[in-house]
Design a protein around this ligand. Structure first.
Ligand code: MSK
Length: 637
């Protein structure tokens, strides 16, 4: 739902729109306007382009043909389109995970000398999950075995053995349920390939069978995400609470500003290191404040969580940092990077630098990243930023002076460490006790993206404030976390202002016991979108502690601005794991009554989870709260 005439809640957007006009650049919002009205067939998911007899469009209202040329009806078409999206999401996340696992292997074999394993404890935990014994082995040997065991989740041919990173990370009762339903993946890549095969012309036409394959691919997505997060923590450190800032005011006029954009921390970690190393070169070039690294989108979340690097903005407003005229280089890796940046950089002095073979952008310079030469690539990139700084036109600099404080870094481990202040022996007990006694009514995980279809960030903020008032604990990842960070909701002040009395008391007690000067922030930043699995690890720990499956917990998910195929995959695994999951954007499935009914209703009988589609944020908050209340009732609390 768009607030009339308002494209974003982020005032920086409104402030920089005139600059975009001045340089003759159409932003995402302008390009969206130019697309209107969007194709009604596409919005309903009823356009089939799977073969060149088409495109075929079926009118679900019965006005016109009721089948495509091959005979596929609307239910087959909608289901095939949906699960292809899930497969693409799973491919994207798991490719990220594979990249991290392969790097871990390279490190263990001595082929990536720039890296060290920063969190050995996390590596040992990973070893436990993938059944690698650590007894009497060197860190390198353990890393090698963990990497190889992880890569088996991409290559196992025995369909009877589930992916280990799924099997060992959800409650046993959930795993049994998934196996019984035939949706537990054995091999991430095979499951993605299966979707491409079964959706080829003339193959699977049964919408329910197609959707079951979609659930399996969604769990492959979960598996790829989980291993990506855990191994990234082993490599770069498990996030711990850190205070930083968000929004365009983090860009410094007197520094070489280098933005990192995308998702993968493999290179951005080195960019941060090299920025310190090359400070003097920047000062020599006239940048008195040295080199300022700023985050955009989910690479931004990665470096915020582990290093306290400030965030400039989230997905939809990723064109804004360049529009300030003060970003000297933007380095991108993979996913959610707007191709428009290639055009935009022509209006400024900014160097746009792509780094991955799978993600090149016309207009950008490409510096191929390899783990073996990570630091060298990072130096080259940072020096390009310094050179570009010398060409910066001060007349074009226009940095909105807006930023909010952010307390981030709340990995599941960091939350548990904070709880140890209340009960060192049994840190989950205070959380469980406060859920049982109702001081905390439940938990909501905000995940997902930004979209031009609604006022940017508005639904996140509205739903969070509504739920906080009702004493619901709030977690966030990805561009949702970006929205809360910019809006100042990841602060203790926000807890003071917006939390219900009992939630405030609990967050204050935890904060005090953890040695903070006040309560925990209103919304806990759990990381990038790939880190949604951090919330599952917390939920699994809670479920195991209480002795119930995930679909009994008063835990819900919300994706008020979902747009990417990765978000489709995440939403689907959230439902498959048993969580009521809100979508604030109408999914492109309404053309099929069968698919819509399975997703919002019938799935409940199989997984316990279901989708709630609600575009009005206030109504969405009420529905999420009702879902929490219902779970509490069923638990008898
Ligand atoms: S970047 S998938 S827009 S969360 Fe992770 Fe943001 Fe969504 Fe991309």
């Amino acid at each position: 739902m768009t607030e009339k005439g308002k494209i974003s809640c982020d005032e920086c957007v409104n402030e920089l729109m005139p600059v975009a006009r001045k340089v003759g650049f159409d932003t995402a919002w302008d390009r969206y306007e130019a697309q209107l009205p969007q194709c009604g067939f596409g919005l309903l998911g009823v356009c089939c382009k799977l073969c060149w007899k088409g495109p075929c469009r079926v009118n679900p209202l019965g006005d016109g043909p009721d089948r495509g040329v091959c005979g596929a009806d609307v239910h087959t078409i909608v289901a095939r389109n949906l699960i292809r999206g899930i497969a693409a999401g799973a491919a994207a996340h798991s490719d990220h995970g594979r990249h991290i696992a392969k790097t871990l292997l390279e490190i263990s074999e001595g082929h990536a000398p720039d890296y060290t394993i920063k969190d050995e404890n996390k590596l040992y935990k990973a070893a436990e999950k993938v059944n690698v014994s650590v007894q009497g082995k060197s860190v390198n040997q353990i890393a090698k075995e963990v990497a190889k065991a992880t890569l088996e989740d991409f290559s196992r041919q025995d369909e009877g053995i589930p992916c280990v990173w799924l099997d060992k990370t959800v409650p046993a009762s959930r795993m049994e349920k998934l196996s019984r339903a035939g949706v537990a993946p054995h091999n991430i890549d095979a499951v993605v390939a299966d979707i491409m095969a079964r959706t080829h012309v003339g193959t699977d036409a049964d919408p329910v069978n197609l959707l079951l394959a979609g659930l399996k691919a969604a769990l492959a997505d979960y598996t790829g995400m989980y291993l990506a997060t855990e191994l990234s923590d082993a490599l770069f450190g498990t996030p711990q609470p850190v205070v930083t800032a968000a929004n365009l005011g983090v860009i410094k006029e007197n520094a070489v500003n280098i933005a990192v954009n995308g998702h993968n921390p493999l290179l951005s970690e080195f960019i941060c290191d090299v920025a310190l190393e090359l400070k003097d070169e920047a000062v020599k070039a006239g940048a008195t404040e040295g080199i300022n690294i700023i985050g955009v989108c989910c690479t931004g979340n990665e470096v915020l969580m582990r290093r306290g690097i400030p965030t400039a903005t989230n997905y939809l407003s990723q064109e804004l940092p360049m529009l300030t005229g003060a970003v000297d280089a933007m380095v991108v890796d993979v996913q959610c990077i707007m191709p428009s940046l290639g055009k935009l950089q022509e209006c400024f002095h900014t160097e746009l630098i792509t780094t991955m073979n799978s993600c090149k952008i016309p207009g950008a310079k490409h510096i191929e990243f390899h783990a073996a030469t990570a630091a060298e690539s990072a130096r080259k990139i940072v020096r390009m930023g310094i050179e570009a700084y010398k060409r910066r036109d001060p007349g074009k600099v226009n940095i909105p002076q807006r930023s909010s404080t952010v307390a981030g870094g709340f990995s599941a481990e960091a939350i548990i460490t904070a709880l140890e202040g209340l009960d060192a022996q049994d840190p989950l007990k205070p959380l469980v006790d406060n859920i049982v006694n109702g001081n905390i009514q439940g938990v909501t995980l905000f995940a997902g993206c930004n979209t031009t279809k609604v006022t940017q960030d508005m639904a996140y903020i509205t739903i969070a404030k509504e739920l906080a008032k009702k004493n619901v604990l709030l977690l966030a990842t990805g561009c949702g976390a970006g929205a809360f960070a910019k809006a100042g909701l990841m602060t203790m002040e926000a807890t003071e202002s917006f939390a219900g009395e009992s939630l405030k008391a609990v967050l204050t007690a935890i904060g005090k016991a953890a040695g903070l000067s006040g309560p925990l922030p209103l919304v806990l930043h759990m990381g990038s979108c790939v880190d949604n699995t951090r919330a599952v690890s917390l939920a699994t720990a809670l479920a195991n502690k209480i002795g119930v499956d995930l679909d009994k917990l008063p835990v819900v998910a919300s994706a008020p601005e979902c747009m990417s195929e990765k978000a489709v995959a995440i939403g689907t695994w959230a439902v498959t794991l048993g969580f009521p999951t809100h979508l604030g954007v109408v999914p492109q499935v309404l053309g099929s009554s069968v698919v819509t009914d399975v997703l919002t209703n019938k799935l409940k009988d199989i997984t316990g989870g279901y989708f709630i589609v609600e575009t009005d944020p206030t109504a969405a908050a009420a529905k999420l709260y009702n879902a929490i209340k219902q779970r509490r009732q069923e638990l008898g609390i």
